[in-house]
Design a protein around this ligand. Structure first.
Ligand code: ZN
Length: 136
């Protein structure tokens, strides 16, 4: 990958990370206000589900930050944009759509196919278990 392109991705990752961390601060400040203001149960319930939604959002963000950190490390190591599986360069268009991608389109499709197969296998196993349990 060309150096200027690489720099562009690095800047993108750093900006995304800053955005997420900034959002996190906003959410927390927002939180302390709403907790003081809420007294009755209905509001408490709303605040609980809001909290739940935010936690889910947070988890996703934490996961994404992890991915960004990994991508930044790959940039440092000079392997950013290379497929984890086959070592071929990942299509730039794919990286622009999904900057944290670590597999080329071909390997990604392979992985997804395997995932489907494994999921089917799991289902089989658990069905078998239920069946055995019913018998015993
Ligand atoms: Zn590949």
């Amino acid at each position: 990958m060309r150096k200027d392109k690489l720099k562009q991705f690095k800047r993108l990752f750093e900006a995304q990370k800053r955005n997420i961390l900034f959002n996190d601060r906003v959410i927390r400040e927002d939180f302390s206000v709403s907790n003081d203001d809420r007294y009755d149960e209905l509001d408490q319930a709303t605040s609980d589900s809001e909290q739940y939604m935010r936690m889910r959002l947070r988890n996703r963000e934490i996961l994404y930050i992890k991915k960004i950190d990994e991508a930044l490390k790959r940039i440092e190591e000079g392997v950013f944009g290379e497929c984890d599986e086959c070592g071929e360069p990942i299509e730039v268009r794919r990286l622009e759509a999904r900057p944290t991608a670590t597999l080329c389109v071909g390997c990604k499709e392979d992985a997804e196919r395997k995932e489907v197969l494994t999921a089917a296998g799991h289902q089989h196993k658990s069905l078998g278990e239920t069946f055995t349990r019913k018998l015993s």
